[in-house]
Design a protein around this ligand. Sequence first.
Ligand SMILES: Nc1ncnc2c1ncn2[C@@H]1O[C@H](COP(=O)(O)OP(=O)(O)OP(=O)(O)O)[C@@H](O)[C@H]1O
Ligand SMILES: [Mg+2]
Length: 418
Amino acid sequence: MTSSTARECFVYITLPGSISAVTAGRFVLETTRTGDPLGRFVYGRSYLQNPKAVPIDPVELILATRTFETARLQGIFGALRDAGPDYWGRRVIEKHAVRTQLGEMDYLLESPDDRAGALGFGLSQVPPAPLRKFNKTIDLEKLQGLAEALMKDEIPDDPEAQQVQDLLLLGTSMGGARPKAVVQDEDGLWIAKFNRPDDRWNNTRVEHAMLRLARQCGINVAESRIENVAGRDVLLIKRFDREQIDAGYTRARMISGLTVLRAEEASEARTRWSYVLLAEELRRIVSEPKKDGRELFRRMCFNALISNLDDHPRNHAFIARAEDWALSPAYDLTPSPVVSQERRDLAMECGDLGRYANRKNILSQHVRFLLDQEEAEKIVDDMTSQVAKWYDTVRACGVLERDAETIRAAFVYPGFML
Ligand SMILES: Nc1ncnc2c1ncn2[C@@H]1O[C@H](COP(=O)(O)OP(=O)(O)OP(=O)(O)O)[C@@H](O)[C@H]1O
Ligand SMILES: [Mg+2]
């Protein structure tokens, strides 16, 4: 540590095709004299000399010898923040932290190494050995019980308590707010998402059904399945950023839409939360802009048709398994059966009429998604007829009739066609 106002750590990266990490550089987070956070990052000289070195991300931390600086996102570079926990993972860390006041750097350093993407963080210049042991799918019952105890605030504020120790099993650096853990089976690594006691419908089954519906609409989605554990459904989503090989797991780099947009997370600074901007940005990053432009257009349209109003930029991601970047498979698709029949707004802007989840609005900027008018209209209209058949898909995925009725108002709401 350099002073009371600056903390630093090393940033590790698992290079394409490899299963263990190397040190990429050093990250310093300081509080300036005016009290604002400032992050600085430098690539290590030996990393820059490594012929296999790849940039941490394609927009900000490109391979160069300079010192990068950022004041956005509390001074944490987007790509580093994407590798850290969100609400859920932070809650787990807070339970077993001895310190009461945790800063952004603590969340990176204290979080387990099952994080999304290829990065890691630590205080030692030499990266630790890769994590080989993960929870098994047979542990799901225990994990579910722990997650529930944490949600119900039944876990004591005592780092020594057995239950708090056990929480380490749940501890995941995967982002997002819903309760989850990472588990392993013979096919590889999965994210297990649990229902919450206060869910209004069987969320895990509905999310599974939405992934299937999205696939029926031609969208590239993460593979998923439902496991019934002690009478409760758990959603397993195959991790698309890890691949199992004989010796261990290879890791893809992964960054969120938030990072690609160079956007802020706070609600008052959401001016760059936009599908249209994301389409522009992706053209600079991905190796197949036409393919990914069309894919992003499909996802925006799908989200509008199922009223997925929680489609914030962290629910979009880009991955690089080797050198090239591409849009990741789609994930976290949830319908919101809100009351308004006329106007619903997505979380991100989708056209000339702002965030309005509406056919005309979605079509208004088709050119930026590299689509001509006719192609764009065909996508929207085909998808509208497909989503109109949501009920069959949802029921085929085992969603109860009662739950299907509760979410009915989410699909192809009248305002979409106005
Ligand atoms: N199949 C996957 N493979 C790799 N990473 C994934 C996968 N699915 C999700 N992620 C990562 O995990 C994070 C959390 O997942 P997800 O969005 O499903 O959780 P959530 O708790 O429902 O999120 P939210 O807070 O948006 O409701 C995502 O933001 C993404 O970074
Ligand atoms: Mg999410």
